[in-house]
Unconditional design. Structure first.
Length: 464
């Protein structure tokens, strides 16, 4: 029987002989705004368990504060207050809570490639910046690299500074981000994750989010080589919780970040490359800014960088990063549609629309029931068409509209289907068989209970 554990509590496992195990397990809740934690955080949680000898277990609270425009600021406050034990937020948020130590890392068009970001992390710069979070009331357990933030153009391309004059640009809330876009003559507008593009002329986003939020349905352009800044992440906790941990457990939390940082690096690099290919296939245009236009962006941002350099600590960080940039000598990360497959994938025998009932509390053997479904009896719809898959939740409430919950691509092999989820670029495969109208999906690999309860718990039935 599964045991429910409250935040930060301990539970004594029972061994198979009926006695108590040698030590308690401390469960730490982790707030993160995504639908799923993603490869880096999942690897980190597994490493925490291993390094602590099983004394610590991470319990993810997904979509934490994700319905708020200020979701990262709210998450910092939740960690400070102890509402959640640990969380991961973008380094960009800290200038909204009194911390400016990350400004050099986030300076416009300075760290403009994954190669440079990797060198900056290898030099230990982000972790040293994260030692100065005291004004925010939280402390760092470590830092992860993130994807490059690009510029999404809704109705026109944004490839030169003059294109930004008067344009309303969506941002995730950050003082430095707002100042940078204001320097281009734009009007920054803080919005929440997955926000509608209504009323926006552009949106600073990474490629994976553009894909995962289906922005290709409403927007047309991404500037291929305009890497505004990276989106590094900081894992945070409260000073009280950190100080309450035995030294070995604190080391486990911190060392796990270092051990799994390569997973984060590989994940963001794969996300950018795969997402660009998907955007091209969806008809998105990825025009590059010319060398002349890139120099114009540098000139537009120069007064802001000079202002940042006037703060002694930030100025010193800027010099270190500029020195590393000269050593790396990498061009800005550039993703174009040149050579990409832009035609739809040929249809397969499985193309069609399928539905199945989702009963609350239902689960595959060995897995806990899914908690996402609140209706006693709802349904799921699966649409397979020309290599694209969309999954909808169908509420039983009168007048409710289908809720799009999963978008990706698929490939059909002789006896297996490979699915790739777009926003996190997570792949899995299932065995398949089609008997009349019944599509049976089995043998999920890799096996994850949350996925199994959706995909293979019962057959899908083709509908007109």
């Amino acid at each position: 029987m599964a045991m429910l554990l409250s935040a930060g509590c301990t539970a004594t496992p029972v061994d198979r002989a009926g006695g108590s195990a040698a030590r308690d397990v401390r469960v730490l809740t982790f707030g993160q705004f995504g639908v799923t934690p993603g490869p880096a955080l999942e690897a980190w949680a597994a490493e925490v368990k291993a390094l602590s000898g099983g004394a610590l277990r991470i319990e993810f609270k997904n979509e934490w504060q994700a319905n708020r425009v200020d979701y990262e600021t709210a998450t910092v406050e939740d960690v400070r207050a102890g509402t959640v034990d640990i969380a991961m937020v973008g380094a960009r948020v800290f200038d909204r809570v009194g911390v400016t130590s990350f400004q050099a890392l986030l300076a416009p068009m300075l760290v403009d490639s994954q190669a440079l970001q990797a060198r900056v992390f290898a030099a230990g710069i982000p972790d040293r910046m994260a030692e100065h979070l005291e004004p925010s009331g939280v402390v760092s357990l470590g830092t992860f690299p993130g994807p490059m933030r690009k510029m999404l153009g809704v109705n026109k391309s944004l490839v030169r500074p003059s294109d930004f004059a008067g344009a309303v640009i969506g941002i995730q809330d950050s003082e430095l981000t707002a100042r940078a876009l204001t320097a281009l003559g734009a009007v920054p507008k803080p919005v929440g994750p997955g926000a509608s593009l209504d009323g926006l002329d552009g949106y600073e986003q990474q490629l994976g989010s553009i894909v995962g939020n289906q922005y290709a349905d409403a927007a047309k352009y991404v500037t291929a080589n305009l890497d505004l800044w990276p989106r590094p992440q900081v894992i945070i906790t409260s000073p009280n919780l950190r100080d309450s941990l035995p030294a070995a457990e604190r080391r486990a939390l911190e060392s796990a970040v270092v051990e799994t940082r390569p997973v984060a690096e590989q994940s963001v690099q794969k996300e950018d490359g795969t997402s660009a290919a998907l955007l091209c296939r969806d008809g998105m245009k990825l025009p590059p800014a010319s060398a002349r236009d890139l120099r114009a962006f540098d000139r537009a941002f120069a007064p802001l960088l000079d202002e940042l350099a006037g703060e002694p600590a930030t100025g010193a960080w800027l010099e270190q990063i500029r020195s590393l940039k000269a050593q790396v000598a990498a061009a800005p990360d550039t993703h174009t549609c040149e050579g990409a497959v832009t035609e739809p994938v040929a249809s397969s025998i499985l193309d069609g629309t399928y539905e199945r009932v989702q009963i609350r509390g239902e689960a595959v053997p060995g897995c806990p029931p899914a908690t996402d479904f609140t209706d006693p009896r709802s349904a799921l719809r699966l649409v397979l068409r020309n290599g694209t898959v969309r999954e909808y939740w169908l509420s039983s409430a009168p007048g409710a509209q289908p809720d799009l919950g999963w978008v990706g691509s698929y490939q059909v092999f002789r006896d297996r289907i490979e699915f790739t989820e777009r926003s996190t670029v997570i792949q899995f495969t299932v065995a398949w068989s089609l008997k009349g109208k019944r599509l049976n999906l089995t043998d999920l690999r890799p096996f994850v209970c949350g996925d199994a309860n959706v995909w293979v718990v019962r057959p899908w039935v083709r509908v007109p």
